[in-house]
Each structure stands twice: as structure tokens, then as C-alpha cells.
Write a protein that binds this ligand. Sequence first.
Ligand code: PMP
Ligand code: GLN
Length: 390
Amino acid sequence: MKPTNSIFTGLETTVFERMSRLAMEHKAINLGQGFPDVDGPQDVRQVAADTLLEGPNQYPPMLGVPALRQAVADNNKRFYDLDVDWQTEVLVTSGATEALADSIFALVEPGDEVILIEPLYDCYLSLVKRAGATPVFVEVIPPSWELREGELRKAFSSKTKAILLNNPMNPSAKVFSKDELQLIADLCLEFDCYAICDEVYEHIVFSDEKHKPLMTLPGMRDRCIRIGSAGKTFSLTGWKVGYITAAPNLLEPIAKAHQFVTFTTPPNLQKAVAYGLNKDDDYYASLESELKAKRDLISGPLEDMGFRVLPCEGTYFVTCDFAPLGFKGNDVEFCQKMVEEAGVAAVPISAFYGTKGPQTFVRFCFCKKDEVLNEALGRLQAWMGEMVVS
Ligand code: PMP
Ligand code: GLN
């Protein structure tokens, strides 16, 4: 028989799914895949439940229910002072993943180059390749994860159609500095290209300085596609509700891609997310403060155990270098051994690279109940003792 598509055929199942399966198999605590172990706000879920029963449960408008599009536009104004027309500049999608696919398929075609910053969120590379474009990699290197001007400039060319920016960044937990954002903006302007901005962790930033969308920089308003996710903002990752903000001429082809990828997203979930986005500032502040406390809960003890814990400025994740522990294998082997012997699952950072990438870093997800984090730390502590003697 003729071969099936070469990009997806034989591709490994995502590292998140693999680690979650391994965690189940070994009855391990799952600090691998990024999802909270409590459900999001009761009132948001109540709206979803009520609306499900009240209906209608038929196809909502292709661009998304008006209430949610308005809420997304309002959020852009409230947090970033961006004036957004909800009717022509907002699209609701089934998760940020769909938003990324729609945006890439709508902007990019064979012959184009797309700049990807490594470490990269896993779906970017396959989507860019499936769109027929050529990925061009720029690496930010731990522990600083600094974006180096020379490296970034080298990646741009007349063929560059877009750069994909994940800020705050998974898995490095980096928040791009003002200078780095300015550099990206300058190069996008110089080379006339778009920026697809995956900002799913926009409301999970731990410093006093709030998240700054690339879209707010001079000249970038109409070049950026800004993507958010209710999964992260409301700890409801299973809902898969995402949203795109972009200038009308960009949103138009993106909506056309969306109409043939999913067309719509469940109406009750959209209405509940609209309700959620309109929550008061306390909601957003406590999301950040609770996650910050969890970051701190695990970072100190991991450091005490001998990991080199990298700074974590946002997201659900803390990244650690295990080289100081003296383990001889690579990150995949380390995670395998840790899930089997310690009963704790994490994610190897090398999974976030199209190129080889560093080999001694692992990512722990900390959006879990405190008692679960403490149990995981206890298990790791006990395992460390055994590892040293074995
Ligand atoms: N981008 C990044 C950086 C992510 O970490 C994730 C995973 N949660 C997504 C996109 C996908 O988001 P969603 O679940 O809304 O599709
Ligand atoms: N974004 C989540 C993570 O980084 C996983 C999402 C998924 O499993 N597809 O862990």
C-alpha cells in the first residue's frame, strides 16, 4: 500500500502522554504532564453545567459565542491596554493547540521559513512541517535561557514568514525580557514577518512585572497573533478552549483554517469561559500567588537534594539540572529510572528539541496539591539516599 503521511507516520506519542502512562503503570506521582490535580473554579464549572442543561447545544457561531469574544477583547484592554474589536479580531478555538494549527496553516506555505525557539512546545515542529515550511531553530541555553541577538539575527532571512514565540515559555519557565521582546519586534519589522505568540501562561507570571504581549510593542499590533487558553487560566485543561486575537486581515484566513479544522467549540464551555474571564482581579492574583507558593514549595527541597534548580519566572514548571547528582545517563534514562524507582514522573527536556538539545535537564510540574508535592519530595529524598549507595 502507498505510504501514509511521512510527518505523522511513526511519530512518537507525545512525551506528556508517555510519561502519564508510565506514571500510571508504576503508580507514580505524576509531575510530568502539565495539568492541575484540582478542577478549576466551582462557579465557572457551574455556568458550564447550567448552560449545558439549558442549551442550546447546537453549533455556535463559527468565530465563537459573542459573550466569549467580547470577554477576550475586554481582557486585552484590561490587562494590556489593547483595543480589540471583538467582532473582527477575536476567534475562539478548541484549545491553544487548535489555535496554533489554524494560525500556522493560514499564514505559512511551502518555501517559507518559520523560526522556532528551542526548547519548543512539542506540537510546533510537526505543524510547521505539515504546513510545508522549513523550521529554523534558535536555541536559548540553560541556565540563563538568554536569547542571543547574533543567533536570532542569523535565523532571519527574506524567506522568514513568522517566528513562533512562547512567552512565558514552557518548559524553561522563562519570561522574555523587555529587551528580548524589542529585539524580536525589531527583526520582525526589518524582515517583514509575523509573530505567532503562544501566551497560554499569560496569567501565570511570578515577578512583580506583569506579562507583556509582543503585540503591545510599537509596530507589532498588526503583525502578532496572540493565543490564550482557558485551560491554563482556569485550571481546566480538559476543556480545550483557546482564543486568538489578531488584526482582521490575519484573523480572516485563520478563521478559514478553523472552519475546516474544528469549526466550533462546545457552546456551554465557551459561555463558562466568558464568565471566567470577567472575574475580578483577585481571581487572577490568587492564581499567581498560589502557584508561586507551590513553585517555592518544591524548589528549595529539590535544590537541597542536589539538583541545580533553574529560575522559574512563570508557567506550571520548574526545570532542574540533574548533572550535579552524578547520574551517568541522559534525561530520558533519568526520568525512566525516577518513575520506576522513586515513583515520581517528570519530563525530559530533550523532548522539547528538534535538534539534539541538552541531556541533563528534567521538568517538574508543580500545579499539584501541597500534600502531593510533599509526598513526591519525600519519595525523591528516599530515592536519592539509595542512588548514592547503589
Ligand atoms: N502551548 C503551550 C506552551 C502549552 O504548554 C500548552 C499545553 N498546555 C499548549 C500550548 C496547549 O494548550 P491547550 O491545552 O489549550 O491546547
Ligand atoms: N502543555 C502540557 C505540558 O506541557 C501538556 C499538554 C498535552 O499533554 N498535550 O505538559
